[in-house]
Ligand binder design. Structure first.
Ligand SMILES: Cc1cc2nc3c(=O)[nH]c(=O)nc-3n(C[C@H](O)[C@H](O)[C@H](O)COP(=O)(O)OP(=O)(O)OC[C@H]3O[C@@H](n4cnc5c(N)ncnc54)[C@H](O)[C@@H]3O)c2cc1C
Length: 401
C-alpha cells in the first residue's frame, strides 16, 4: 500500500483536514501528541465561512444537535452597557449560506473526531508526537515519539496542523522570524452557569463589551445552560508558565475595576468561579507555508489574536482548500500543497492583520472611543454585519456546498 499523508495534530484544523483529504480520496494518518483527543478552553464561535465547509463535509445533522444559534450580537459600551448596535443574525443563513453558531469546543471536536473515526481512510494515533523529518524525492521520512520509543514513518506528505508552537514549522522554516510572540494581551476564560449570570445576560445572544484597553465577549452554550465568557485585557509581558494561572471571579472583577466596567458586567465576571489565564500569541504572516511535500495548516501556519473569532474558521478553510487541491490536481503532493498554499495564504494573512486591528479598535479610550461609538451607532447592526461580508461570503474558488 502506498504511504499515507500524515497530519501532525488532531485539533480542529487537523481533524477537518483529515476529513477533507479522505473525502478527496487520500489515505491519512493523523498523529496526535496528547494521549487523548480533547479540546481545552470553552466556547467557540463558528462563523458562516467555516459553517458552510463543515456542512459540506456532511456533518450538518451532528453539528446542529450540539450547536446554539445566537439570535443577535449586541455591541455594548463597556462602562454602562448601552447597546451601540444589535447585529441581527436571523438572516445569516440566507445571506452567507450558513448560520452563525457557537459550540462548546469539546462538542465540536467530538463531532469531527467521530466522523474521522468512522472514515476508513483515516487512521488516528494518539500519544504520538511528530519530531523531525526529512523531505526527499517527493516523500517524507518522519520520526514519531511514542512512549519511550521513536518510530520512523514514511509519508507521501506531511501537514503540520500542530498549533501555534508547531514543531513542523520549526523544522520547515527555521530561518524565518516565525515564532509567535506574546501580543501584549491576555484572555481570561470562564464558564458561568446561566442561573448565576445576571438575568439580563441570559438571552440566546452574543455580547461584546468594549472598555479602555480591554473587552469582554460572552455567549450561551449547550442550550443556554452555561454562559461562555472571555475577558481580554492588555497586560504587560507574561512569563509563558503563567498560562496555568487562575483567578476567582471576585479577584478578576477587582483587577478590572480601574477600567470602569458596568455593574452588570462586573456581576457576570464575579459569577465565574474559576477564570483561566490565556496569554495570546501572534506573529506577522509568514511568506510561505510549504516546502516540497511538507506544508502547514491552521494556527501552525497563521497564529492570530482571536478578535474576529476566525482562528478555527481559517483552519477549517485551510482544510477545505487542501482537500480541493487534491481533488482537482490529482496525485502530486508537491503540486497540491503548492496550490493549497497559493489559494489560502493571502486571505489568511489578511485575516491575521484584520484581527489585530479589530483588537486595537475595541480597546480605544478617550476621544477615540467616543468617535468609535458614534461610528458604530451610525453604521447600525446591518452595517456592522456587512463589514464582515468579505470574511463570511464564499471566497472565489471555494467548493460550493
Ligand atoms: C481566547 C480565544 C478565543 C478564541 N475564539 C475563537 C472563536 O470564537 N472562533 C474561532 O474560529 N477561533 C477562535 N480562537 C482560535 C482557535 O481556538 C484556534 O485558532 C484553533 O483552535 C486552532 O486550531 P488548530 O487545529 O490549528 O491548532 P490547535 O487547536 O492548537 O491543535 C494543535 C494540535 O496539535 C497537537 N500537537 C502539537 N504538537 C504536536 C506534535 N509535534 N505532534 C503531534 N501533535 C502535536 C496538539 O496537542 C493539538 O491537539 C480562539 C482562540 C483563543 C485563544
Amino acid at each position: 500500500m502506498s504511504a499515507p499523508l500524515v497530519i501532525a495534530g488532531a485539533g480542529i484544523g487537523g481533524l477537518s483536514a483529515a476529513l477533507a483529504l479522505a473525502r478527496a480520496g487520500r489515505r491519512v494518518l493523523l498523529l496526535e501528541r496528547a494521549p487523548k483527543i480533547e479540546e481545552v478552553g470553552a466556547g467557540l464561535q463558528i462563523a458562516p465561512n467555516a459553517g458552510r465547509i463543515l456542512a459540506g463535509l456532511g456533518l450538518e445533522e451532528e453539528l446542529r444537535a450540539v450547536a446554539l444559534e445566537p439570535a443577535a450580537i449586541n455591541v455594548r459600551r463597556g462602562h454602562d452597557g448601552a447597546v451601540l448596535a444589535r447585529l441581527d443574525l436571523a438572516g445569516t443563513r440566507a445571506r452567507y449560506g450558513a448560520p452563525f453558531r457557537v459550540y462548546h469546543r469539546g462538542d465540536l471536536q467530538q463531532v469531527l473526531l467521530q466522523a474521522a473515526d468512522d472514515e476508513p481512510a483515516i487512521e488516528i494515533r494518539t500519544g504520538a508526537r511528530v519530531g523531525d523529518f526529512e523531505d526527499c524525492d517527493g516523500a517524507v521520512r518522519l520520526r514519531v515519539h511514542a512512549g519511550e520509543g521513536v518510530e520512523e514513518i514514511a509519508a507521501a506528505g506531511l501537514v503540520g496542523a500542530d498549533g501555534q508552537r508547531s514543531a513542523v514549522r520549526g523544522h520547515l522554516l527555521p530561518t524565518e522570524r516565525d515564532a509567535p510572540v506574546y501580543s501584549g494581551l491576555t484572555a481570561w476564560r470562564a464558564l458561568v452557569p446561566a442561573e448565576s449570570a445576571p438575568a439580563a445576560l441570559r438571552a440566546r445572544e452574543s455580547n461584546l463589551w468594549m472598555l479602555t484597553g480591554a473587552h469582554v465577549v460572552h455567549y450561551p452554550l449547550r442550550g443556554g445552560e452555561i454562559v461562555n465568557v472571555v475577558v481580554i485585557v492588555a497586560t504587560p509581558r507574561q512569563d509563558d508558565q503563567a498560562a496555568v494561572l487562575s483567578l476567582d471571579g471576585a479577584a478578576l472583577a477587582r483587577a478590572l475595576h480601574g477600567r470602569r466596567p458596568a455593574p452588570m458586567l462586573s456581576a457576570l465576571i464575579e459569577a465565574g468561579a474559576v477564570w483561566r489565564h490565556w496569554p495570546l500569541f501572534a506573529r506577522p504572516p509568514l511568506s510561505r507555508w510549504s516546502r516540497g511535500a511538507v506544508t502547514l495548516l491552521g494556527d501552525a501556519a497563521h497564529p492570530m489574536v482571536p478578535f474576529l473569532a476566525q482562528g478555527a474558521a481559517q483552519a477549517i478553510e485551510d482544510a477545505e482548500a487542501l482537500g480541493r487541491a487534491f481533488l482537482t490536481l490529482g496525485a502530486s503532493v508537491e503540486t497540491a500543497f503548492s496550490a493549497y498554499e497559493k489559494s489560502r495564504i493571502d486571505r489568511a494573512s489578511r485575516v491575521v492583520r484584520a484581527s489585530r486591528r479589530q483588537g486595537d479598535y475595541f480597546h480605544l479610550g478617550g476621544l477615540g472611543a467616543v468617535g468609535r461609538d458614534l461610528a458604530i451607532r451610525a453604521l447600525g447592526g446591518r452595517g456592522m454585519l456587512a463589514r464582515n461580508d468579505w470574511l463570511y461570503r464564499q471566497p472565489r474558488g471555494q467548493s460550493a456546498t
